[in-house]
Design a protein around this ligand. Structure first.
Ligand code: BGC
Length: 522
C-alpha cells in the first residue's frame, strides 16, 4: 500500500467513523428526544382519553337526565295577566270547610297524640314534643261549641258540606267497648248539620289512634288492620243512614313519613322499612274498610274514598342528573306510591341499596268512589351532600311563602288534579283540604282566589272535580306545630273562644256567592 493509499484509507476510515459517530449521535439524540417526548405523548394520550371519557360521561349524563322522568313538567302561570274571577263551578259542587277531632274538639286524653304532647310516650331526647310547647287541651272547644260553628258555616260562609272526623279513641275507648254518649254526640252534630242543609262528610281516621290500639303495635302490624275495619263498620252502621260522604283514612303517607322517617309525629321513629310497612297496612286498611262498608246497608249509595296530601316535587335544575334523580324518588314515594296502588294494585318503592319495597293487593284497584286531595304546596328538590336525604328543599325568596314556609303555588293543585286523573282516569276528585297558615292575613285573599281559579281551570278542561273544602274552618291545634300556625278562615281567641272572620276569607265566601248566583239564575 502506498502512502497515498494509506492516507486515503485513514481518511475514509475517519470519515466513516465520523459518519458512524454522527449516526450514533443522531440516534442518541433521537432517543433523548423520544425520552423527552414520552411524557408529552403520554400526557396527550391521557388527556385525549380523559376528553373522550368526559364526552362519554357527558353524553350518558345528558341521556340519563333526559331519561329520568320528573313526572310532570313544571308550570308557572303569569298571574298578572290572569283574571282570577274567570271561574266556573258546576251546580252540584260541594263547598265546605274541614276540621279534625283532635285539632278542634278538645278533651282528648285517650289517643297517642295526647300521650305524645304530655311527653308520656316517645319523649324526644331534646326539645319539646310540640314546637311551641302547647298541648291540644280544650283546643277550640268545638265539642261544646259545634252548634255555633255550624251557624258560621251556614250564615257567614254559605257552605253546603262539612268535613270532620269522629274520634276513635273517644268512641271505642277500649277494644270492643263503645261509649254511647260519645256516639250520641256525633249523631247530634250530624243532625245539626242536616237541619242546616249542610252535608256531613265523615273522616273515620285522622291521625289519632286509641291507646289500646297503640299498645297492640298500631299500624306497624298487619294483624291490627282488622281493628280499624271493625271500628269503620261500627261507625258506618251508626251514621250511614244520614251521612253519604265518607273518608276512610286521612293522609296515610303523612302519618307514615312524619312518624317513621325522623319527622315530628309520634312515634318519632326513623326506620324506612317500618314506614313502608305502616303505609302498606294503611293501604290495606283502606281497601278492607271500603270493601266491607260497600257491603253494609247504605253502602252502595254512599261515596267512600281515601284522602291524601299530595304535593308536586320539582327538580331545582331540570338539566341536573342528581336533581332529577332525587326528584324522581320523591315523586315515586308521594304522590306515586298510593296513586299507583289504587290503579294497579301494586305498592312499590325502590331506591337502589336503600329500599326495595313491593306489595300487591289486587283488591285495591277501583277501591275509591272518589279521591280526596289535600293540597298545600310543592317542593323544589336540590341535590346536596349536606343532608342525610341528599336533598335540600330550595326556596325562591322572590315568591310568596305561608307561615309554614310553604310556597304559594296554585298551579300545583291544577297539576295534581291532572296527575290523579292520569293514574285513575276520570275518577271523581274532591279537594278535601286546601288552605293557608297566615296569622297576619297577608295572603289569604290572594291564596283562595288563585287556588279556586286553578281548580276551576281544571274543571273547565273536563277534570272531574266535585268539591272544594277549605282547611280550616277555625284556627286549630296544628299537630307538632301547636297552636301557633293559624289555618282558620276564622281567627280563634283561645282564651275566650271567640271566632273572628279573617278579612281575606271573604274571597272564599265571594266565590260561593257567585256560584249560587250563577246557578240560581240558570
Ligand atoms: C292535615 C291537617 C293539617 C293540615 C295542615 C293536613 O296534613 O290533614 O290535619 O292540619 O294538613 O298542616
Amino acid at each position: 500500500m502506498t502512502v497515498a493509499q494509506d492516507e486515503r484509507k485513514v481518511n475514509d476510515d475517519s470519515e466513516r467513523l465520523v459518519e458512524e459517530l454522527e449516526d450514533e449521535n443522531d440516534i442518541a439524540f433521537v432517543h433523548k428526544k423520544r425520552r423527552r417526548m414520552l411524557p408529552i405523548y403520554a400526557c396527550s394520550i391521557v388527556s385525549l382519553s380523559a376528553l373522550l371519557i368526559l364526552i362519554a360521561v357527558g353524553i350518558a349524563y345528558g341521556v340519563l337526565s333526559w331519561a329520568i322522568p320528573v313526572n310532570q313538567e313544571q308550570l308557572i302561570w303569569d298571574w298578572d295577566n290572569i283574571n282570577v274571577k274567570d271561574r266556573y263551578f258546576p251546580e252540584d259542587f260541594l263547598w265546605g270547610t274541614a276540621t279534625s277531632a283532635h285539632q278542634v274538639e278538645g278533651y282528648n286524653d285517650n289517643n297517642q297524640w295526647h300521650a305524645f304532647e304530655q311527653g308520656l310516650l316517645w319523649k324526644p331526647e331534646s326539645g319539646l314534643p310540640i314546637g311551641d310547647g302547647t298541648v291540644s287541651g280544650k283546643a277550640c272547644d268545638h265539642w261544646n261549641l259545634y252548634k255555633k260553628d255550624i251557624q258560621l258555616m251556614k250564615k257567614d260562609l254559605g257552605t253546603n258540606t262539612y268535613r270532620f272526623s269522629i274520634e276513635w279513641s273517644k268512641i271505642e275507648y277500649r277494644k270492643g267497648q263503645y261509649n254511647m254518649s260519645v256516639v250520641q254526640h256525633y249523631h247530634d252534630v250530624i243532625d245539626e248539620l242536616l237541619a242546616n242543609n249542610i252535608s256531613p262528610m265523615v273522616t273515620i281516621h285522622h291521625f289519632t289512634d286509641p291507646l289500646w290500639f297503640v299498645d297492640l303495635g298500631a299500624w306497624e302490624k298487619s294483624e291490627n288492620v282488622e281493628h280499624f275495619v271493625s271500628f269503620a263498620k261500627f261507625a258506618f252502621n251508626e251514621y250511614s243512614s244520614k251521612v253519604k260522604l265518607w273518608c276512610t283514612i286521612n293522609e296515610p303517607n303523612v302519618y307514615s313519613l312524619a312518624g317513621y322517617t325522623g319527622g315530628g309525629f309520634p312515634p318519632r321513629k326513623n326506620d324506612i322499612p317500618l314506614a313502608m310497612e305502616v303505609m302498606k297496612n294503611f293501604g290495606d286498611g283502606h281497601v278492607a274498610a271500603y270493601r266491607a262498608l260497600k257491603q253494609l246497608p247504605n253502602g252502595a249509595e254512599s261515596k267512600i274514598g281515601i284522602v291524601h296530601q299530595l304535593g308536586n316535587h320539582d327538580a331545582y335544575n331540570k338539566d341536573s342528573l342528581m336533581d332529577r334523580v332525587i326528584t324522581k324518588f320523591a315523586n315515586d314515594l308521594s304522590p306515586g306510591i298510593f296513586l299507583s296502588f289504587f290503579s294497579t294494585g301494586i305498592m312499590k318503592f325502590h331506591i337502589p341499596f336503600v329500599v326495595n319495597f313491593n306489595h300487591e293487593n289486587k283488591d285495591a284497584i277501583n277501591s275509591n268512589d272518589f279521591i280526596g286531595l289535600n293540597y298545600y304546596t310543592r317542593q323544589v328538590e336540590q341535590f346536596t351532600f349536606d343532608s342525610p336525604t341528599l336533598a335540600n328543599q330550595y326556596r325562591d325568596r322572590s315568591r310568596n311563602y305561608t307561615d309554614m314556609d310553604w310556597e304559594i303555588y296554585p298551579e300545583g293543585i291544577y297539576r295534581m288534579i291532572k296527575l290523579i286523573d292520569h293514574y285513575n282516569p276520570n275518577i271523581p276528585i274532591i279537594i278535601t283540604e286546601n288552605g293557608i297558615a297566615d296569622a297576619k292575613d297577608r295572603f289569604v285573599k290572594m291564596f283562595y282566589e288563585r287556588y279556586l281559579y286553578a281548580v276551576s281551570r281544571a274543571i273547565k278542561e273536563g277534570y272531574n272535580v266535585k268539591g272544594f273544602v277549605a282547611w280550616s274552618l277555625l284556627d286549630n291545634f296544628e299537630w307538632s306545630g301547636g297552636f301557633e300556625p293559624r289555618f282558620g278562615l276564622y281567627h280563634v281567641n283561645y282564651e275566650t273562644q271567640e271566632r273572628t272572620l279573617k278579612e281575606g276569607s271573604k274571597a272564599f265566601i265571594q266565590a260561593i256567592s257567585e256560584w249560587k248566583a250563577t246557578h240560581l239564575k240558570a
